[in-house]
Each structure stands twice: as C-alpha cells, then as structure tokens.
Design a protein around this ligand. Structure first.
Ligand code: NDP
Ligand code: GUA
Length: 488
C-alpha cells in the first residue's frame, strides 16, 4: 500500500491546514505532533502542538470576541452560520477525504458524516433567530416578571477521534447560534478535520476569536485550563466516561456548566415477533457503523429464543460479505481501527467471551497490511459474566445473547451503569410501548438501527452523560436564564 499524499487527493489543498486557528489567525506553535493514517501507518501531517499557556491566550481572545458576537442579531449570526454550512457541503468530498485519511472510516461514511456535521450548522443557524424569552404573570400587583435567555459566554469543547467533524459542529453550532464563542480542542488523532472546519469558518465570515481550534498533545493540561480559567463558562465534552468524570471533578472548581456525552453499552434486542431480516440489517448498520467505534453502536445483541438461531445465522452470513480495507479504496465497508490499543481491546473481549463459553460463529480474515486492521467476529452464547456485557467494546465484535421473556431482557438491558442508546425490533404495539418506556436510556430506536439526526435530542442518562445535543433542546445548554423583576 502506498503512502498517503493527502494534498494530491484534494480538489482544494488549502483545506489541509496544520496550524492552530486562534483569534482569526493561523498560528504556528514551537512544536508539532504527527498525525497518521490508521489504514497505512504512515505520517500524513505534522500539526501545531499548543501549550497550555497558548491555549489560555486563545481563551482571552475568545472572551473578548464573545462580547461583540453576542450583540449581533440572531439573523446576522444565522447568515454567517448558513454560509459555513454551504461551504461545508460544497467541500464535502475534500472534507471526507481528509477525515478518512486521518480517522480510517470508509469514504462513503466520511461523506455521510460531513453532511451530518453540516446539518447541525444549518439547523442551529435557523434556531439563532428563535431564542425566545418569556413573560410570567407578576407575583404582586405592581410586579412584572420577564425571563431573558442570554449566551453563557466562552464555551470550551473537547472532542474524540471517532466523529472528527460532527462532534465539533454539534457543539459549536448551538454555541455560536446562542452568541457564545468557542474554543475547541480536537482529539490528537484527528485534528485535520477540525482545522479544515476552521478554514471554512474563516471563509464564511465568522469573526476573529469566535471560533478557535486548538490542537495540542497535552489533553490533561488543556482540560485543566478549560476548567480552571475563569473566562470559560461552559465545558462540553464527548468521550469516555472515565475522562468525563475527571473533567466534572475539575469543573467543580469554577462551578462550570457542563455537557457530557459519554460512553454507552447499547442493547440491541430482537423479539420473536420481529421482522428478522429487517433486524439483521438494523444490526449491521448499528453495530458496524464506523467499524463499531461509535458510542451508540450496539454492544450487546439480545435475541429471543424463537428467532435466535435464524437471526444468528443470517447475521453471520451478512457480515461475511463485508469488505475490510483502506477506507479510501472503493467498496470498503469496514476500515481500520483507530489505534493498536483499540485492536487489543476487541481481541481481549473476544478472548474473554470464548474463555467463558461463547461460541465463535464468524471470524473474518484480517488483511495483512500495515494498518490497524481487525476483521469482525460474531459470537453467540454470550452471558452477563463476560466483559462484553459490562464494557463498551468499541470495535467489530458482535456478541449475541439468548433470552426467553420480555421482563428478563428488560432487566438484562438495564443492568449497566450506562444509558445512552438502546434498540429493539418488535411488531406488537403494546410491547413496543411497554419496552420503550422500560428501557433506562436517553435514546430508544424501535425497528431501526440508526437514530442520529440533528432534529432529535441526543444524549444519555446514568453515567452516559449530562445534557442533550441537537434539536431545539440542544441550544439550551449554551444559554442562561435571567429573571428580571419589574416594578411598574
Ligand atoms: N462517547 C463517545 O463518543 C466516545 C467514547 N469513547 C470510549 O472511550 C474509550 C477510550 O477512547 P479514548 O479516545 O481514549 O477516549 P477519551 O475519553 O480518552 O478521549 C476523548 C477526548 O478526551 C481527550 N482527553 C483524554 N484525557 C483527557 C484529560 N485528562 N483531560 C482532558 N481531555 C482528555 C482525548 O485527547 P487525546 O485524543 O489526546 O487522547 C480526546 O480528545 C473508547 O474505547 C470508548 O469506549 C471514546 C471516544 C468517544
Ligand atoms: O459519540 C459518538 O460516538 C458519536 C455519536 C455519533 C452520532 O451522533 O451518531
């Protein structure tokens, strides 16, 4: 496999930016870090590595810029956000190529993510005009109560490598629409997609200091700066529950508002009355999107006894057709995993499951190439004693558990510290209502394996997080209520 010469693959090579974007300027730090292509193992870029002090400087700029940005009318903010959306869609192919090169997901999925990421900008551009306050009847004859909604201030964001575009726009779009400014640290594995977004933000006319992208290898240092700097009033994070806990503890120092989109352990349930073929297709998209590296991916597949053999056989047959390879190559459905450590985690889960009695019913062939490849595995006979039952695998292992009754599977599905997404396939209407109500999750997909859209509130309960992203609810996390008591 040849090395990735990323610039030659782009229609507009100027989208490949390696400097930090601070206060409307492209900043070269004193050090750089390497970004590699997980499908080929080669270095594709060297990106500016900001220090904690440089990040503090960016926060100062964002603090100043926010004061003016908040004065813009909703319509004025909407207009530049709309331009940003248009530019993203006009450059969808290049943004997707950059994403596939640094993250690994197949090009078709990367294009889908760019459109998904852009949809948040389009949606919240429209919402910028609809930040309505309210009046409340006064508590005394001479009193009037008015409630204003105002931007929180500087919003700081930390995002993961699995969705290098959409996880940023899902935070930045409501922040900017509300009148906040934004300082974002992208994951060190995938800073190029974030910097390309900044190139387009600048072209769209987003004012200097309002949107800043701060690559840095010092994740803990930047996290501390975001939490300890009094000019930051809001922290928004997507990533593991462990890091979320650290950030929440740190954020307590300044009593900072936090949105946390953390780990999941999604159950995917197939009842006897389900359309089994539809459930197999749903499981494919749900489990293998981004090769299993998604917090809403099915982690545990529960199948009722009557359709257990049929579903397992059909799922294995379907997965055996999936092509593993470099996401830049035509026809690839499963790209590499992000790092060798991610491969090891999946292998450990497979080894743990088989040691505890699970039966491997499909084990694909891993390509002999330099990238972080791992072919999918399907096991049946999974039980709650196995690591796959309690931990997010975040990779291409599909464990199938057998169950007998509705009450049993609801208890199994809810027996986790996580509560992000859940799915089930069934036809009986009363069962659909009952199970949807009983699942302790922020999101329930019924007869579908895909629930993500900018129109709906995305987020979890329990240790899967705090707050919601997307939909009209998503902007509330960037607004403060101010009650004004008027004597007339
Ligand atoms: N909810 C979700 O969408 C995600 C869940 N996960 C889960 O987490 C597991 C581990 O993945 P991983 O990528 O390590 O997830 P992490 O939670 O470690 O990383 C997410 C982001 O947080 C940054 N980060 C790491 N440590 C700190 C810190 N102390 N302070 C501030 N920021 C920090 C990372 O930086 P850097 O890139 O430099 O490490 C990255 O930008 C996965 O296997 C999966 O189970 C992972 C990613 C997304
Ligand atoms: O947190 C993640 O893993 C990304 C969620 C992707 C989505 O919005 O579907």
């Amino acid at each position: 496999m040849s090395a990735t010469n990323l610039k030659t693959l782009l229609k507009d090579p100027s989208l490949l930016e390696t400097r930090a974007y601070i206060n409307g300027a492209w900043v070269e730090g004193s050090a750089t870090f390497d970004v590699d292509n997980p499908a080929r193992g080669d270095i594709i870029a060297q990106v500016t590595d900001l220090t904690r002090e440089e990040v503090a400087g960016a926060i100062d700029a964002a603090y100043v810029a926010q004061k003016d940005w908040a004065q813009w009318t909703g319509k004025e903010r909407a207009n530049v956000l709309r331009k940003w959306f248009d530019l993203m869609m006009a450059n969808q192919d290049d943004l997707a190529t950059i994403m596939t090169a640094e993250q690994g997901k197949p090009l078709a999925e990367a294009k889908g993510e760019v459109a998904y990421g852009a949809s948040f900008i389009e949606f919240f551009a429209e919402e910028a005009k609809r930040i309505y306050g309210e009046t409340i009847p006064g508590h005394m004859r001479d009193k009037r109560i008015m409630v204003m909604k105002q931007p929180i201030g500087v919003a700081a964001s930390i995002t993961p490598w699995n969705f290098p575009n959409a996880m940023i726009t899902r935070k930045a779009a409501p922040a900017l629409a509300a009148g906040c400014s934004f300082v974002g640290r992208p994951a060190s594995e995938t800073p190029l997609s974030a910097l390309a977004l900044a190139v387009l933000a600048e072209r769209a006319g987003i004012p200097a200091g309002v949107f800043n992208i701060l690559p840095s290898m010092d994740a803990p240092g930047v996290g501390k700066e975001f939490c300890e700097n009094q000019k930051v009033r809001k922290l928004t994070f997507t990533g593991s529950t462990n890091v979320g806990r650290i950030l929440l503890q740190q954020a307590a120092h300044n009593v900072m508002k936090c949105s946390m989109e953390l780990g999941g352990n999604a159950p995917f349930i197939v009842f006897d009355d389900a359309d089994v073929d539809a459930a197999v297709e749903g499981a494919i998209v749900c489990k293998f999107r981004n090769n299993g590296q998604t917090c809403v991916c099915a982690n545990r597949i529960y199948v009722q006894a009557g359709v257990y053999e049929e579903f397992s056989t059909k799922l294995a047959a379907r997965v055996s057709q999936m092509k593993v390879g470099d996401g830049l190559e035509e026809g690839t459905e499963l790209g590499p995993l992000i790092t060798p450590a991610a491969i090891k985690k999946v292998q450990d889960h497979v080894a743990d499951a088989t040691a505890k009695g699970a039966e491997v019913i499909y084990a694909g062939e891993t390509p002999q190439a330099p990238g972080n490849f791992l072919a999918p595995t399907i096991v049946k006979g999974a039980t709650r004693e196995m690591a796959v039952s309690t931990e997010e695998t975040f990779g291409p292992l599909a464990p199938i558990f057998k169950f007998e009754t509705e009450d049993e599977v609801i208890e199994l599905a809810n027996d986790t510290i996580f509560g992000l997404a859940s799915y089930f396939y069934a036809k009986d209407l009363s069962r659909v209502y009952k199970v949807a109500e009983a699942l302790e999750y922020g999101i329930v997909g019924v007869n579908t394996g895909i629930i993500s859209t900018e129109n709906a509130p995305f987020g979890g309960v329990k240790q899967s997080g705090l707050g919601r992203e997307g939909s009209h609810h998503g902007i509330e996390d960037y607004l403060e209520l101010k009650y004004v008591c008027l004597t007339v």
